[in-house]
Design a binder for this molecule. Sequence first.
Ligand SMILES: C[S@@+](CC[C@H](N)C(=O)[O-])C[C@H]1O[C@@H](n2cnc3c(N)ncnc32)[C@H](O)[C@@H]1O
Length: 376
Amino acid sequence: MTDTVTSYDQVPYSFYSFPETHPRRLHAVAHLLGLEAPAPAECRVLELGCAVGGNIVPMAYSLPEAKFTGIDLVASQIDTAQRFAAASGVKNLELRAASITDVTPQWGQFDYIIAHGVFSWIPHEVAEKVLQICAEQLTPNGLAYISFNTYPGWHVRMWAREAMRFHAEQFAEPIQKAAAGRDFIMALAQSPFTAALLKGEVQYLQGRSESYILHEYLESMNQPFYFRDFAARIAKQGLQYLGDAVQNGMIAAESWPPFSSWMEANRDDLIRQEQYVDFVRNREFRRALICPGSLTLDRTRMLERAETMQATALLMVLVSARASDMKRSMPTISATPATGRSGITVSVATSATKPLPVTPAAPLEVSSIRPSIAAI
Ligand SMILES: C[S@@+](CC[C@H](N)C(=O)[O-])C[C@H]1O[C@@H](n2cnc3c(N)ncnc32)[C@H](O)[C@@H]1O
C-alpha cells in the first residue's frame, strides 16, 4: 500500500466542491478567452483524483444529460463517493478506484478533464501522465482544468510545511500530527524572529480542519511549480495555456506603473506576463485552463464576447432590526447602471453609521430571478 493510500484511508479528504471546475463555468470562461468549448449540457467529463466525490457528484447531479467519470487511487474514498452518488440519485456518473496511470485511450475522449488539488501531490511521472491524458483524450475543442501549488507564494508555505513536518514527526496518529503542526506554527508566529514571515500562514490556517492541514501540509509529496515551468511542460505535450479559471490578478495591478511597463514590454509573451503577475501577487495557487496547442485563440475581444453572455447571481441583502447590529460595519450593496451597452458594476461598500441603503438595482434583480438568467 502506498503512502497516499494509507494517508487517505486513515483520514479521508473532506467533501469540497469547486464551482470554478463546473463545465458551465469552464465553458463561460473559455468563451471569454476565445475558445468555444463543448456545450456543457451533454458533455463528457473526467475528474482525476475525485476523492470522496464532493465535487463530481453535485456536478453530475446538476447536468443529468452529461456523462461523468471520476477516479481516485484510494478505494475507500471511491466507496464513499459511490454511496454519496446513490443517495443523491445520480445515475450519469461512473466512479472507479483506479490510478491516473491506469487511464488509457480506450476510456474514450472527454470534453472537460478536471484535476483539482492533484497535480502537485503526485510524483513527476504521474503528473506527466495527467498531461498525456489531456493531450490524447481531450476532444478537439475540449478543456482541461489543472490546479497546482505555485512559486513564489509557496516558498513561505514550504517553510511552514517543513517546520510542521519536523515538529509533527514525533506523533504517530495523523490527526495529532496535524494539530501539533498547526500549534507549532501558531507558536512560532508569536516569536519576534518569525512573526512577520508567518503572518499570512496564520491567517490561512485559521479555521482549517485537521484533515485539510494533514493533506495540504504534511503529505510526503507536495511539489509547487513556477508557472513558467508548468507552461513549458504542457507545451512539450502539445497543449497550450488558455487562462486561469478565476480572475488572475492582472486587472487589480493594472494601474500600477511598474506593472504596466512589465506587461507592455512582454505584450507578445503571455507566459512571461503571467509569470510577472505571480511575482507581483506572490501567488501560491493556480487553476490553469489548458487546451490543445493546435487551436488558434483570439484573446483580444473579451468585452465584446461578454456582451453576448448572460448573468446569474446570488446576492444576499442583510437586514437587521437590532440597533446594536446597525452600529457594526455592515455590507451595503449598490449598483451603478450600465454605461453604454456593456456591464453591470457592483460595488460592495461598508458603512459604520448608516442603516442599510439598498438601491433597487440590476444585480439584485438578477439575483431575485435566480436560477433563471438575464441578458446583460
Ligand atoms: C489533495 S486530494 C484532492 C482531492 C480533490 N480533488 C479535492 O481537491 O478536493 C488528492 C487526491 O488525489 C488522489 N490521488 C493521488 N494519487 C493518485 C493517483 N495516482 N491516481 C488517482 N488519484 C490519486 C488522492 O487519493 C486524493 O484523493
